[in-house]
Design a protein around this ligand. Sequence first.
Ligand SMILES: [Zn+2]
Length: 392
Amino acid sequence: MKISFQDGLICRQEGFHVLTRQALEERQLELLNMQLRRAVHKGAFYRDYPERLDSLEQLSQLPFTDERTLRDSFAELCLSPGRELVRLRTSGTTGTPKRMAYSKYDCERTRMYFAVGLTELIYPGDRVLCAFPQTDENSLGGLIASAVKTIGADIRCLSGGESFGEMTALAESDGSSVYVGPPVLLLSLLRLMGKKTPLRRALVSSDVCPSTVRAACEEALGTRIFTHYGLRESGLGGAMECQAHEGMHVRENDLIFEIVGEEGERLPDGAWGELVLTSIGLEALPLFRYRTGDRGRFVPGRCPCGSVVRRLETTGRLKTPAGSRLDDAVFRCTSVIDARMEEGTVSLLVLGDERQARRELEALLPGRPLRLRAIERGDGPFFRGKRNGLRR
Ligand SMILES: [Zn+2]
């Protein structure tokens, strides 16, 4: 089995010939201390932080930061002068808007990460359908588009406003062989196109991939799909699966993740808790011990691919754990194209025989009110952008 791209990328970026766990952790501590020193001198927010830690374990002595910190103290958290920033405004996944900023270096670094990471599934000559809009060159779609071109493949980024009919028509007329985008949308498109689909491989990101959705996509494609985890606070790129598909290898020379319990205590490998992020590689707005609000765990032991880089598994937002469970049940019915909760009722777009679909869904979701509608040509996805699971 091919080793994760991550090991080679870290070797190249950090000047290692061979990557060992010890060398990687020593480098992480060096980068963490460089970042702390910058932060203490340049960021008003970090004035009282220590300039140096003696071990990676001591990271747990630093206070947590969270969405509120980012909203309330944006200017004090920025370490790069305003003229060097590529700013992005973001609404976050819950609550009032928060901002994140990147420097040119940050964007280049992420572009490189995608360019190398996407070679796991994209080959020269491929035609890629990307469901992330390319609003500018440093948007998620923009970074993926230029990474894909580096590989020698073609890409079409959707605008986010297309109907299902328009999306399948584009995929078919382009002969798109690879999909990059949210998992449920991939399943919607595969079900709508059926055997006509030109899609062969896929990377899913942005939302957690429910296991039913994953299994159905893999069956339709006839191959395993790759999952990626990233958030704006991690510089968009974060962690990605290798050919073993047993967890996502973390971009460990740029990011340190911890898993913490409800009391904020650090949890051992294998235990589920909240993902906490420290961005040792971001230049403009590094964060220390940022509570992501996402639930995850480290996969214990070494990956079958041979990589020494740690692996994450995630299951979505801590606050809405019911969401992906409901998605899991709903998409078991093979007629379902999309679904959402509307005031306690599960609203569904279905393909084919409605009565048959209703019978199946009543068995899958006993006692839940259902509203089914046959999909029409002009229908689009219920969720434009992040799905956030289906709420109760
Ligand atoms: Zn691996």
